[in-house]
Design a protein around this ligand. Sequence first.
Ligand SMILES: [Zn+2]
Ligand SMILES: [Zn+2]
Length: 329
Amino acid sequence: MTDFSQDAEAARWNYRPENPVGLNPLFSWPPRPAAVLRWYRGAWLQLTSLTLCLALAVAAYAWFLPPLEAMQSFAPGWMFRVWLLNMVPQILVASGLHWWLYMRKGQGMYKKFDRRDLTRDNGTFTFRNQVWDNIWWTLGSAMTVCTVYQWLIYWVMANSWVPTVTWAQAPVWFVAWMFFIPMWSGLHFYWVHRLEHHPKLYKHVHAVHHRNVNIGPWSGISNHWYENILYFTTYFIHLVVPSHPLHLLFHIYFQQVSPILSHSGFEKIKAGETEAAKTGDFFHQLHHRYFECNYGTSEIPFDKWFGTFHDGSAEATTRTRAYKKQMYT
Ligand SMILES: [Zn+2]
Ligand SMILES: [Zn+2]
């Protein structure tokens, strides 16, 4: 347990985890196999963003995605479907969570990190309203860029210009690649995100995402156009690594829907008296409060390796502030 009594920042949180923020023990030395097992069991065998994204991908593939043969040339029918496959889950998950947590206030302040409510009547935000601002940047900017990238990738896959795989051809690779997608996404995100924190790029581009110090479900991919152009390049890995459309769909939902959960502002979702799902991510919540820390995810500990890891402690806050000052002078 951490001693918060020496932390002047403690009072600013409504809730924060008792223990320092955890990182994937797969990279610990000496090896900690039991901890690794617990980490992956916690991520894959419960209702988490990973399992939700996998379920969405399977449903989308089984019921809505046109067959690859239909995507050999650009045609409005399948292209419209691909756009819907982005829009519909995004709207359902983000507005569902927003309604339950922030409008209906279904679990009150239970495991809500920030004390404050989302911002209204504030000129920092487009339309002077945080939620409308976030909805615009998500559905307008992010959904447009990601859809265009997906059109290209499906079209290239359909024409067999890149190697694809099927379950029957390579079942082991099929599962292994699925498992590595979150890691690839974490690696890509860390470097793109660090670049976006370059003071110039930050000021003109990434600041749109960071308008949200107190985050909500719609903040997840509320990004500037240029940020989205960079952020969604993660999908182009499927032009290099042999993939199946299901891999791309899982990657898509992991990149688009899981940030809704990680930005929800609540660590857990309660159903009745039990904690039904893991949602918020204190690791990234700290990034939104202190900016120059936790650029990656807890999946690959780049932040630890490069000295930008904030584990929630008072020392980490002091270090982060000193680093930020040095960046901007
Ligand atoms: Zn950032
Ligand atoms: Zn964020």
